[in-house]
Design a binder for this molecule. Structure first.
Ligand code: ADP
Length: 608
């Protein structure tokens, strides 16, 4: 996408997302920024009435002026809270865009470290780049009142340019508006072009400075999160990290200040000279107005309207140009943002509904499945052909890196096969609607994530939920008593981030919560992906056995590089370097010479 198209898209996106906000803000600005001009118009009329001895008109003018004034003030005050509400909603929507995108994009991108780094940078740019949506929005918000002011200014200055030749005394022919107007336009064009050029240079240099500061901003926000994080408080104290951190923050602050001052000094001269140029033009027009009044072409009262309009315009115009130029200063940042937002979304594949079966009869047939992670040539899974029957318990074992988790990611369709097919009930899984297909699985991943919501919401993953069923599930995993004894029970927040009365739970309890969440989903296929890696082998054995009781007659997959879990499974699949090299029951496989026997004897000491 070209630079112009990128900016067009950004501005369109902003107006589409924030149409309500901009409509309200425009109305309010119209009311607020029209006030001085209404004042100039009525002051002119009142003074004209006074100088022409037209006293009878005065009460009428004064009344009209006061009524309009009151009306505009009331509109502005009425709109203020609406504008504030819309503004905070709109800002939240904008800041949520990249994170939301992360959830909707194809999983392969969401998992890639480059995309994660991109996300981090985009989130940072949201606050610091001149060409990020929230900052362009701020600029537009600053520009709207300026546009209103400039339009009002032009309307009120109109009498100045509509004088005709006949109104001028003979010897003042050179005051002819056509002549003055051309002069005025030439001067204005020169000043504006200088202004645009300096704005360009200064916004480029500002963008360069922000580029230099990016690293520091990243460090600041990183250090901020560490300082805010209650958990890391332990290390900060024990290793006395705070001294080091505050001293780096101090030296960075000095550097940042130096950079900002140098940047300011560089442009001080240009700012001052453009400001003087504007001011000179301003004086010239005042002089012109003065002369026209003196020679009797314009009424004295007109001085108020013309000079008022002029002073408002002269202060609005440079700001208008400056703010507009700032928007276009970092096109690369905006392009990066849209490259990220345009990463392909997940929903594009599959439309077939997944048959809802009360008997949970879901069968999987895998044929010649091979898989390489996107962007890599290396096959992580090689030519796998297996069938999995309903209601059976499968153990997937093998050393670290042998492809166990990747296999589950393919089975659950977080990734699609590079070659080969996975069929569910005889139909290629690619054809199923992805959301519905996801619902077939209750998975506890090894890197499971719980969120800072209430305990009940963590289990149900919905804002409202069936309390009894959640409690029943918690009873099953052995957390029922613990939760009942909390003052707010299921409404207790996990962690203290959002609520002081939240609980911090232990690693083991967290694990149980993650298991409860997968059970509550009541999906026909349950998967436990080595969530116990950090636990000792005996505890792991207990968790697996307990989970096995809990999944009842559902199809289940248990992944582990330890073999304690495999004994009670119907079948064991042994993964080695991306291949399934053995399949069978524990009894058969321990007798058979091969990888399983090898792993079993190496680990057997733990289980006796
Ligand atoms: P296991 O679960 O058996 O420990 P994995 O399935 O996690 O093994 O990993 C298999 C191989 O795939 C490993 O070599 C690992 O480095 C690689 N791998 C895992 N995830 C990714 C990823 N997102 N991108 C690229 N390679 C990956």
């Amino acid at each position: 996408m070209g630079t112009v198209d990128t900016f067009k898209r950004a501005i369109t996106d902003l107006f589409v997302m924030g149409k309500k906000y901009y409509a309200l803000f425009f109305l309010q600005s119209l009311a607020r920024y029209s006030l001085p001009f209404i004042g100039f118009i009525y002051m002119t009329r009142i003074v004209a009435a006074l100088t022409n001895d037209n006293w009878s008109l005065l009460p009428q003018y004064i009344a009209q002026y006061l009524i309009i004034l009151l009306f505009l003030q009331l509109i502005s005050a009425f709109l203020q809270p609406l504008v504030n509400n819309e503004s905070s909603l709109f800002t939240r929507i904008m800041f949520a865009m990249p994170n939301k995108k992360m959830l909707s994009m194809q999983y392969q991108y969401a998992e890639s470290s480059e995309v994660r780094e991109q996300l981090e940078m985009i989130n940072r740019n949201m606050q610091s780049s001149q060409s990020s949506l929230p900052i362009i929005h701020v600029r537009i918000r600053n520009i709207i009142p300026k546009i209103i002011t400039v339009i009002w200014g032009l309307i009120l200055l109109f009498p100045l340019f509509s004088i005709n030749r006949g109104q001028l005394p003979e010897e003042f022919w050179w005051l002819h508006p056509a002549l003055i107007l051309s002069g005025f336009i030439v001067l204005l064009a020169i000043t504006i072009s200088i202004q645009i050029k300096t704005s360009k240079i200064s916004s480029k240099s500002f963008a360069e400075m922000m580029g230099k500061l990016k690293h520091f901003n990243a460090m600041f926000s990183y250090e901020d999160t560490i300082l805010e994080d209650v958990q890391s408080g332990k290390e900060i104290r024990l290793y006395d990290l705070s001294k080091k951190m505050t001293s780096t923050i101090d030296s960075e602050s000095i550097y940042v200040r130096q950079l900002i001052t140098a940047n300011y000094k560089r442009f001080r001269k240009i700012y001052l000279s453009t400001a003087s140029l504007f001011q000179t033009m301003n004086y010239m027009i005042y002089a012109y107005i003065g002369i026209l009044v003196l020679v009797g072409t314009l009424p004295v009262a007109m001085i108020i309207q013309l000079s008022g309009a002029l002073s408002q315009m002269v202060s609005a115009l440079p700001d208008f140009i400056q703010q507009t130029m700032m928007i276009f200063s970092s096109p690369e940042d905006l392009k990066e943002f849209y490259a990220f937002m345009d990463l392909p979304n997940e929903e594009v594949v599959g439309s077939l509904p997944v048959e809802k079966r009360l008997d949970n009869e879901y069968e999987f047939d895998i044929r010649n499945l091979s898989f390489a992670y996107p962007g890599s040539e290396e096959l992580v899974l090689k030519n796998i052909s297996e069938t999995f029957e309903v209601g059976k318990k499968y153990a997937i074992v093998g050393e670290n890196g042998s492809g166990k988790t990747t296999f589950i990611k393919l089975l659950t369709r977080l990734y699609e096969p590079t070659t080969g097919t996975i069929k569910m009930n005889k139909i290629d899984t690619k054809k199923y609607d992805l959301r519905e297909y996801f619902n077939l699985f209750g998975v506890v991943f090894q890197d499971y994530h719980l969120v800072g919501f209430s305990l009940g919401q963590n289990i149900s993953v919905t804002p409202t939920y069936d309390k009894d069923r959640v409690m029943m599930t918690l009873d099953k995993v052995g957390l029922g008593e613990f939760v009942r004894n909390l003052p707010k029970q299921l409404d207790t927040y996990l962690g203290t981030e959002f609520d002081d009365s939240g609980v911090n739970v232990s690693g083991g309890q967290e694990q149980k919560l993650a298991i409860a969440r997968s059970l509550y989903k009541d999906a026909p296929v349950m998967i436990l992906d080595e969530p116990t890696a950090a636990l000792d082998p005996l505890t792991e054995f207990e968790i697996y056995q307990n989970f096995d009781n809990l999944v009842e007659d559902k199809t289940a997959f248990y992944i582990s590089h330890r073999l304690s879990s495999s004994k009670f499974c119907d079948e064991i699949l042994v993964f080695d370097k991306g291949e399934i090299i053995q399949r069978g029951t524990h009894q058969d496989l321990v007798k058979e010479e091969g990888k399983y026997q090898e792993l079993w004897s190496a680990q057997a000491q733990y289980y006796q």
